[in-house]
Design a binder for this molecule. Sequence first.
Ligand SMILES: Nc1ncnc2c1ncn2[C@@H]1O[C@H](COP(=O)(O)OP(=O)(O)OP(=O)(O)O)[C@@H](O)[C@H]1O
Ligand SMILES: [Mg+2]
Length: 446
Amino acid sequence: MSSKLPPPGQPVLRVRGVSHYFGTGDTRTQVLFDNTLEVMPGELVIMSGPSGSGKTTILTLIGGLRTLQEGEIEVWDADRGDYRTLRGVSESDLVNVRRLIGFIFQRHNLFDSLTALQNIRMAQRLRANGPSDPDADARALLTYLLLGETDIQGKPQKPRFDYKPAALSGGQRQRVAIARALVNRPKLVLADEPTAALDANSGLAVVTLVQQLARPRPEADLSKLVRSAAEAGENGRLADWQIPLLKAVANEHGTTSLIVTHDARIMNLADRIVHMERGRIESNVVVAERLFVREGLRQSPAFAAILPEEQEKIADAVLVGVHPDEAVRPDQLTGKSGRLEVYGPGETIVREGDSVNESSKFYLIRRGTVEVLRADGGAPKKLTEMGPGRYFGEVALLMNQPRNATVRALSRVEVYTVNRATFDQFRDVSRPFIDRVLANFRAGGA
Ligand SMILES: Nc1ncnc2c1ncn2[C@@H]1O[C@H](COP(=O)(O)OP(=O)(O)OP(=O)(O)O)[C@@H](O)[C@H]1O
Ligand SMILES: [Mg+2]
């Protein structure tokens, strides 16, 4: 078996136009409305939203646990090197999709007649590059999740390997279910409130494991999570003996996770945060992209003086939902997110002497390099080159005068744009600050 990634820039999970209805006839109610979502390889995606907003429904549709009524869902099958569709397929095809996925649900469906260890052992499949000793692997997972012979303080405890579900606490059952969901190291994990029933220590163990399966963390980051000898109780720490076990059980990486949670510890690790309201994905934010845009805006005098909440709003209004390390695809530029412009090498983005009007913009470079040229009546001279994170176009907007330079793409360039109306909205707030900057600017003679 080979294990292939999707083609570059393509997601592992694609949800398009998904709607869903419960009931029939008069009681038929729509609970999901035209949802679209893409998840990239290795991403850790958090889904949030109020109770009843449709999180569990969309998760069960993605997992093939419910029949898809409207729209399309495709899941990448690494072994086949192709997508599997969930629309209109037979039960046996659905089973094949479910095999690709590790489910962590609140109703964990452990077998009552089997022990904790047996529940995991029966889920284990023969895999290429799987563990040489599957029994030891299952025990290692349970031990890491604090159900083995050692407690969080490093003291011996009664292992729960041979307990049946009825003899386990809710949180212990949940951890057995998590071990079972992860034992085949699935490339896609779907989890619905995985840590809700857990105390801080075992919750952190779960969160760290999910993240380590996505990508390995530097040693220094891991050691920050370890409790010191002086610490005790439920403070949300790992024990030092858990670290080598974590590395042993999470020796494969690249797992993509979609997790419904309100747990701040998981939120902090998210690569993408998807928020649902009344059956709709209301926002879909790539955390790294949001930080990139906010940082870029903060550098500009036009936005530096406004409140962080306002900076946040402007930043979120221009996001396209793609990590700044990745180029956008043409199909990602359409729709309400289309505040991004793409220029080819040699294309002019702003032209010296052009007057500013309602359609004039402020630009933040997302990818690529531009050159800044000024002619001032004579032959154009190159002033500088600028790359990702740098901005241009604000001087003309602030001073309400023609563009004082030409900006031209040197490579394929992607720029976030903020329009004149948004820009002007914050002009008054930022006025004193802007005046200071402009005074310097004029003194500089530019
Ligand atoms: N089997 C069902 N039959 C009818 N309506 C249902 C069914 N399952 C869910 N619903 C309705 O669909 C809507 C979405 O439910 P869902 O379970 O997806 O919400 P949720 O976002 O997971 O909420 P929570 O945070 O409380 O788990 C709710 O209004 C719910 O009442
Ligand atoms: Mg739910």
